[in-house]
Design a protein around this ligand. Structure first.
Ligand SMILES: Cc1cc2nc3c(=O)[nH]c(=O)nc-3n(C[C@H](O)[C@H](O)[C@H](O)COP(=O)(O)OP(=O)(O)OC[C@H]3O[C@@H](n4cnc5c(N)ncnc54)[C@H](O)[C@@H]3O)c2cc1C
Ligand SMILES: [Zn+2]
Length: 620
C-alpha cells in the first residue's frame, strides 16, 4: 500500500532534521557527502527517527545536486551520493517505513540568481538517481521560489507515478516571497501534479499554523507540514534552535485541526520532537472539513511626513544659491530619457526638479507619478506644478491630498495655459479657481482645513511657489500680481525665461522690496528657429532682438547655434547670479546635457567667487 492510500484514513508522521542534527554534532562541511564517508552515522539518525515513530523518512540527499555539490568540488559524485542515500535510508527502515527521496530547492531570496534551465538539468540528474534506487515517494522541499518548484515538479510528474510531496518555504506567514498566497500556491502545485502540498522550514509551528488557517483543504491533495523547531538564533558563532519539545508537542493537535495529514520536522528538530508528534497523533483521525480564516489584508505602512526635514525652497533662495531645473514630462510613454536626464541633473547637484503640469495645454505623463519616482528612486526633490485648467475644485483637493500622502511638499500653483493653446483646443479649461485661489487653498491645507473649512485631520506642509510673468507691457502690473500672490500665501516665485540683461536689472529693481524670493528663469536657446518660435508664438515669452540676431547668424549650423545658445545663457546667468540667489534652468526638448552644463557653470562660478573672497579676506 502506498503511503497515499494510508493517508486516506490516517495521519502520518515524518522524520525531522538531518542537516541541523549533523551540524549540532559538529559537521560543518557537506552533509550529503557523509552518505559515502560516514554511512553508519546517517543510518543511526534515520533509525532514531524510525524508533521515535516516523512513518516516513527522507534520504540524506537534500543538497545532493551538482549545483550545490560543486561548492565542495563534489559535482562528479551526484550519482554515488544519491544512490548511497537511498540505500542507507532503506537499511534503517522497518517493514512499514516509507523512504522519501529528498530534493531541495536552490533559489533563495534572489530568484534570478540561477537560471531555470540550469536548475532543471541539475534536478533531472538527481531525480534519475533516486528513482533508479526505488524510493517510495519524492519530497521536494524548501522551495522559496514557486517558479522553481513548479518547474521541477512538472519534470518529476512526467517521470514517475510514485507520490510526490511539494513543499514551499515562507519568509513570513501566509505568502511566498513573490507575494503569491499559500492558498494559490497550493492550487498551482496541485495542478502541476503534486499529491501532497505543504510547508517546511524557516517558520516554527506558530507561523505555520497561522498560515494554514488561511488555507482550505485541497480538493485532490493532502496537506503536509514540517515546521522548524523555532526561529534560528545565532549564538556564539553557531546557528541554534530552541529545544522545547513540549511546546512543539502542543502544536500537533492544532496541525491536525488545520487538516495536516503528514507532519514532520525541519531545521532544529530532533527525534525527540518527532516522538512528541507521534505520541500526540497516534490514533488521530484526519479532519475532512475546515473553516478558513480570511487573511487580513496587509497594508504597507506609509507613515505620512508631517514635519519637513528638508529646507523649503523659499528658505534656500532667500539665503543662498539655489538651482532648480525644469525637465518636461514626456508626451509619449517612453520615459527612459526623462529619468536619464533627472539622474544627470541630480548628479549635477541641483536642489529640485520642476515638473510642469501639461504645459501649453498638451497632455504629458502625469507629473505626480514622475515626481514620486524621482523622489523615491533618485532621492531628488520634485517640484510639482499644478495648473487650474485640468482639474475642478474636487480634483484639485484630491490631488493635494495625494501629493501629501506621497511626501511631495513642493508645489508651483499656476492658473495654466488655456486649453485653446494646446493640441486639444476643443477641450474645456476648468478654471474653477485661478492661481490666487489655488495658492490660498494650499495654505488652508497647511492649516489642516479644506476650502470649506472642514477639518482634514492633519496639516499639510506644502511650500507654495507661484509664476511670475514679467513679459508684459507694464512690469509694475505684474509686480502687483506678485504682491497679491504673496497676500494669498505664495512663498516664492519662479519667472518665465528672461532673454535680456537689461530686463534682469529692471526686474530686480521692481521686485527687490518683495518678501518672497524669485527664481529667475534661464533657458538655453537651441537654434534660430527655436528663438523665433518662442518669441512669436509662445505666450509670455519675449526675446531681445540682439539675441535673436546672434542666433540667426548660426541658422545653417545647428551645432554652432547650440553653442551660441549656451553662451547667451551663461552671460544671462552671470547677471542673474549677481542679482538673485534663485536660478531656474529650463531644459529644452529634454536636452538635459544643456541644463547640466549650465548648473555646473553656476556651481563653478560660486566656487570661484568663494575662493576670491577667501583670498581677499586673508589679504586684508
Ligand atoms: C515658472 C512657470 C511655470 C509654468 N508652468 C506651467 C504648467 O506647468 N502648466 C501650464 O499649463 N502652464 C504653466 N505656466 C504657464 C502659465 O500658467 C501661464 O503663463 C499663465 O498664463 C501665467 O501664469 P499664472 O498661471 O500664474 O498666471 P496668473 O498670474 O494666475 O494669471 C492668470 C491670467 O491672468 C492674466 N495675466 C497675467 N499677468 C497679467 C498682467 N500683468 N496683466 C493682466 N493680466 C495678466 C493672464 O491672462 C493669465 O493667464 C507656467 C508659467 C511659469 C512662469
Ligand atoms: Zn529546514
Amino acid at each position: 500500500m502506498t503511503f497515499l492510500k494510508k493517508m486516506e484514513n490516517e495521519v502520518l508522521i515524518a522524520d525531522g532534521a538531518m542537516g541541523t542534527l549533523l551540524y549540532s554534532y559538529g559537521t560543518d562541511s557537506c552533509f550529503e557527502e557523509l552518505n559515502l564517508s560516514a554511512p553508519s552515522q546517517i543510518q543511526n539518525i534515520h533509525q532514531a527517527y524510525v524508533t521515535a515513530g516516523a512513518d516516513l523518512i527522507q534520504t540524506n540527499t537534500y543538497a545532493a545536486n551538482y549545483l550545490k555539490l560543486k561548492r565542495y568540488g563534489l559535482e562528479e559524485t551526484v550519482k554515488e551520493i544519491n544512490t548511497a542515500g537511498v540505500r542507507i535510508a532503506k537499511a534503517a527502515a522497518q517493514a512499514d517505513t516509507y523512504v522519501l527521496g529528498t530534493i531541495g530547492g536552490n533559489r533563495g531570496i534572489n530568484p534570478l540568481s540561477i537560471p531555470i534551465e540550469e536548475i532543471k538539468r541539475s534536478f533531472r540528474e538527481q531525480l534519475y538517481c533516486l528513482l533508479l534506487e526505488g524510493v517510495d515517494g519524492l519530497l521536494l522541499e524548501t522551495y522559496y521560489d514557486l517558479e522553481e518548484l513548479e518547474a521541477v515538479l512538472s519534470i518529476a510528474r512526467k517521470e514517475t507515478e510514485i507520490p510526490i510531496i511539494a513543499q514551499v518555504s515562507l519568509q513570513e506567514s501566509g505568502i511566498l516571497q513573490d507575494q503569491t498566497s499559500v492558498k494559490d500556491a497550493f492550487e498551482r502545485l496541485e495542478n502541476h501534479g503534486a499529491d501532497i502540498v505543504g510547508l517546511n522550514c524557516r517558520l516554527g509551528p506558530h507561523h505555520m499554523l497561522e498560515t494554514l488557517e488561511q488555507v482550505p483543504l485541497p480538493q485532490h491533495t493532502y496537506l503536509s507540514a514540517y515546521p522548524n523547531a523555532s526561529l534560528p538564533a545565532y549564538i556564539d558563532g553557531r546557528i541554534q534552535y530552541e529545544e522545547d519539545v513540549d511546546y512543539f508537542r502542543k502544536s500537533a493537535r492544532p496541525f491536525l485541526q488545520q487538516g495536516i495529514r503528514l507532519l514532520g520536522g525541519c531545521c532544529g528538530t530532533t527525534p525527540n520532537h518527532i516522538r512528541a508528534f507521534a505520541e500526540e497523533l497516534k490514533q488521530a483521525v484526519p479532519i475532512v472539513s475546515k473553516t478558513v480564516r480570511h487573511p487580513a489584508i496587509k497594508v504597507k505602512d506609509h507613515p505620512i511626513i508631517v514635519n519637513r526635514t528638508d529646507k523649503p525652497l523659499q528658505e534656500l533662495a532667500k539665503h543662498q544659491r539655489s538651482i532648480i531645473v525644469e525637465l518636461d514630462p514626456p508626451r509619449k510613454l517612453n520615459t527612459a530619457k526623462f529619468f536619464e536626464g533627472a539622474k544627470a541633473l541630480k548628479e549635477a547637484g541641483i536642489d529640485a526638479l520642476t515638473l510642469a503640469d501639461n504645459s501649453l495645454a498638451t497632455p504629458r505623463v502625469a507629473n505626480e507619478a514622475l515626481a514620486h519616482l524621482v523622489k523615491t528612486d533618485l532621492n531628488l526633490r520634485p517640484l510639482v506644478h499644478i495648473a487650474c485648467r485640468d482639474r475642478n475644485i474636487i480634483g484639485l483637493q484630491s490631488h493635494l491630498m495625494g501629493l501629501h500622502t506621497l511626501g511631495i511638499h513642493d508645489i508651483l500653483a499656476v492658473t495654466g495655459d488655456p486649453a485653446r493653446v494646446g493640441n486639444f483646443p476643443g477641450a474645456s479649461s476648468v478654471f474653477d479657481v485661478s492661481s490666487f485661489e489655488l495658492i490660498e487653498m494650499i495654505q488652508q491645507f497647511n492649516k489642516g482645513l479644506s476650502p470649506t473649512g472642514n477639518d482634514l485631520g492633519q496639516k499639510t506642509i506644502f511650500s507654495v511657489g507661484a509664476a511670475f510673468n514679467p513679459h508684459v507691457k507694464a512690469l509694475e502690473k505684474s509686480v502687483h500680481r506678485l504682491e497679491k500672490k504673496i497676500r494669498y500665501g505664495a512663498d516664492y516665485f519662479i519667472s518665465q525665461p528672461i532673454f535680456s540683461e537689461e530686463q534682469l536689472l529692471k526686474i530686480h529693481e521692481a521686485t527687490k522690496h518683495l518678501s518672497a524670493p524669485i527664481y529667475i528663469g534661464i533657458m538655453p536657446l537651441t537654434s534660430s528657429k527655436n528663438a523665433e518660435y518662442l518669441h512669436h508664438e509662445v505666450p509670455g515669452i519675449k526675446i531681445d532682438q540682439v539675441i535673436r540676431t546672434r542666433m540667426a547668424s548660426y541658422s545653417d549650423n545647428p551645432q554652432a547655434a547650440e553653442i551660441e545658445g549656451i553662451a547667451i545663457a551663461k552671460s544671462l546667468i552671470d547677471t542673474a547670479m549677481e542679482l538673485f540667489n534663485g536660478i531656474y534652468l529650463i531644459t529644452p526638448f529634454l536636452r538635459y546635457q544643456l541644463t547640466v552644463e549650465l548648473a555646473s557653470y553656476v556651481h563653478s562660478k560660486d566656487q570661484q567667487s568663494r575662493r576670491e573672497n577667501h583670498v581677499q579676506t586673508n589679504t586684508h
